[in-house]
Design a protein around this ligand. Structure first.
Ligand code: HEC
Length: 163
């Protein structure tokens, strides 16, 4: 009698070689900024209390989207990861303005992220989730947002150039 045993490797192990080879350049940084972590926490708390339609609510949702779909690869603070999986840094002023996938406004960031991320399942989030995480990344890249980031405003939301 044969017994069938299904072995489910954690998907991270299966993905690792793919991800490592897909990412030639490493711009990951090791610096940990506890302040930024608290900031993300504050944003998520805002989400619970901020009125819908405000930028605070969008940033709160974006912080959650990031935590659930991006931080596995990009780090809890978007600082990038080095090691089995190498991923670029996506937060920090000007972090998205250089390199192979350099973007200069929120529309370009939306186009790249919604077509390519999460790397293991591109296009799997809703349009709203992509706009929310784009707003969150813009904010984490040093943009002072005064209103929601959406298809109308996106091309006017300029991302800071590299420091
Ligand atoms: C499975 C791992 C993985 C997940 C999950 C993931 N990413 Fe990525 N991401 C990568 C890799 C690897 C690259 C580099 C791709 C390349 O250089 O072609 C990248 C690149 C990027 C870039 C371009 C950064 C730059 O400067 O080159 C952005 C922006 C980005 N990811 C955002 C996100 C967002 C937002 C999410 C969540 C919705 C996400 N990623 C989820 C692995 C991942």
């Amino acid at each position: 009698m044969t017994q069938h045993v299904t072995v489910r490797l954690p998907s991270i192990i299966l993905l690792a070689p793919l991800v490592a080879s897909a990412c030639a350049s490493t711009r990951a940084q090791d610096s940990t900024e506890p302040a930024a972590a608290n900031e993300a926490e504050d944003l998520r708390e805002n989400y619970a209390v901020a009125p819908q339609g405000t930028i605070e609510a969008q940033l709160g949702r974006g912080a959650l989207v990031f935590e659930e779909n991006c931080d596995l690869c990009h780090g809890a603070r978007g600082q990038g990861r080095e090691g089995v999986i190498d991923t670029p840094q996506v937060t920090g002023e000007g972090a998205l303005a250089s390199g192979e996938h350099a973007v200069s406004n929120a529309q370009q960031l939306y186009d790249y992220v919604s077509a390519n991320m999460p790397e293991d399942s591109p296009g799997s989030l809703s349009r709203e989730q992509y706009w929310d995480v784009v707003a969150y990344l813009a904010s984490e890249n040093g943009v002072e947002l005064t209103g929601q980031v959406d298809p109308e405003s996106a091309s006017t939301v300029t991302l800071p150039s590299s420091p």
